[in-house]
Design a protein around this ligand. Sequence first.
Ligand code: DC
Length: 220
Amino acid sequence: MKNLIIAIDGPSGAGKGTLARTLAARLKYRHVDTGAMYRSVAWKAANDGLPLDDEAAITALAERAVLEQADGVITIDGQDVTRAIRTPEADKAAAAVARLPRVREVLVARQRALGANGAVVMEGRDIGTVVFPNADMKIYLDASAAERARRRASDTAHTGGQGTLATVQSELVARDKTDSTRAVAPLTLATDAVYIDTTEMPIEVVVHHVLMLLSDKLLD
Ligand code: DC
């Protein structure tokens, strides 16, 4: 079996995490959640009292931080932030940090290093467009805003008083807008990505579909 690079992009709540995790487990590939990298750096910056627009300081932090993710546990400099990075405040902080071009440069370089040898499923917003434009397979997952909000609201990894479904949806739509309109690496559909609308598709069906798409490439 070949050591492919599989890129999974799309807005929050589209099912990227579940798809990426399941594919990685099936293929015995490494799973890299790049959103967790932005979230961890934002969390540490806030924890260190840095203003979230201090690009120089946050870039230095992103360069030196020890970022690890294994078996669903996310750490930065040895500190377990698995739950702390999934609060509504962490959502906002991560989106703010992800707008900073130099922070992106540093994290993109780290993501390329993590995937350099292949056998990786990497999820994010710019994996197929910026991080690995030559990825072996690019998937763009999407779903309606209402469905994505419903999934986010019932996601137990996200904690801390998320409020009503309507609030979750409006915050999610606002964040999508930040992610899609920012100057650097906005969320866009790569021309060669496979677009999958998961609004009415159970995740097992999505996984099955993607495994079918991969079958030829895995044997090449
Ligand atoms: O996927 P997520 O919600 O955990 O991502 C957190 C934030 O980081 C979100 O605002 C989008 C941003 N992000 C990004 O800009 N580029 C990536 N490759 C991954 C996430």
